[in-house]
Design a protein around this ligand. Structure first.
Ligand code: NAD
Length: 282
């Protein structure tokens, strides 16, 4: 067929994103026509609340899909004609398919973390998990953890009200699980009887170096997942690995969300290992 794909990335400050290269290189391997362009709100002089207008403009210019990132993942919900069940439950979309003029929302941040967990930490116990950070990435990660069968999820955030809100809304969505907010000062006790620790704050990024928890709270039988992927080897990931913990770096989620979006857009299952190798080269 002469099918071709024109995909955009809507958000603020999206020019440095690695996602366009990740999609295009994988598409090349499948010999399909696929262009992925950043559509930066600031450069195009759109307010985040105008994401619906930008989506309509993209459709008029022939875009077949867009990824949506900060700060539009929740704002875009109002512009959608349809959304997957999980996307509606999460209240946030990062992938929008444009089909016959209709906007169909999906969330591959959550599914990407689910697949990251399954491929990067196969077989780990997921009974009790402690999560630090309840913002954008944290919300998708919590949802993925509960969907993966975590029975007890404890969430802390600098913003205590945010952790409490997330815990309350997730409790309503997953009534069989126990989802609670805790004070981050009590993280030692929380980690004491946890199977895994998931970190979803900006601590450890190049711009926010450091450790989100004291190294003395980690132990070899605790698995540790970080969502931060710049750098890939955060202080948390390095410290945990050196201690003998099983670790999942943030690159797995970044690749997972891109791979799942690629599947939705093209109908083709990408080679995830190859995408991870590409990601590590970028
Ligand atoms: P966000 O601003 O939406 O949320 C961050 C949250 O962390 C906020 O609720 C904030 O209050 C909290 N926080 C900050 N410092 C804290 C601390 N010291 N202790 C406890 N809580 C603290 O940001 P986000 O979009 O969720 O991004 C967070 C990180 O995740 C960034 O490093 C981002 O690059 C990364 N990220 C990774 C992926 C991926 O695919 N791997 C996807 C999205 C975001």
């Amino acid at each position: 067929t002469h099918e071709s794909h024109l995909v955009g990335l809507i958000g603020q400050g999206v020019l440095p994103s690695l996602t366009p290269a990740l999609h295009e290189r994988e598409a090349d391997q499948h010999r399909i026509r696929y262009l992925y362009r950043p559509l930066d709100l600031d450069i195009m002089s759109y307010e985040p609340t105008q994401v619906g207008s930008l989506l309509r403009a993209a459709a008029e210019f022939g875009y077949t899909a867009v990824n949506v990132t900060h700060p539009c993942k929740q704002l875009v919900m109002d512009a959608l004609d349809e959304a997957s069940d999980d996307t509606q439950r999460l209240g946030a979309a990062n992938t929008v398919l444009i089909r016959d003029g209709k906007f169909i929302g999906h969330n591959t941040d959550f599914s990407g973390f689910s697949s990251a967990l399954a491929t990067g930490l196969p077989g780990v116990a997921v009974d009790r998990v402690v999560q630090l950070g309840a913002g954008g990435a944290g919300s998708a990660v919590s949802y993925a953890l509960l969907a993966a069968g975590v029975s007890s999820l404890s969430i802390a955030d600098l913003d205590v009200a945010r952790a409490e809100e997330r815990a309350a809304s997730l409790s309503a969505l997953f009534p069989d699980a126990s989802v609670t907010a805790f004070d981050r000062g009590d993280i030692g006790a929380a980690l004491g009887n946890a199977d895994g620790f998931v970190h979803a704050t900006p601590v450890g990024m190049h711009s926010h170096p450091g450790m989100p928890v004291e190294a003395s709270l980690l132990r070899p039988d605790l698995w540790v997942a970080d969502v931060v992927y710049r750098p890939l080897e955060t202080e948390l990931v390095r410290t945990a690995r050196d201690l003998g913990c099983r670790v999942l770096d943030g690159g797995y989620m970044a690749v997972g969300q891109a791979a799942d979006a690629f599947t939705l857009i093209t109908g083709i299952s990408p080679d995830r290992d190859r995408m991870r190798r590409h990601f590590l080269e970028l």
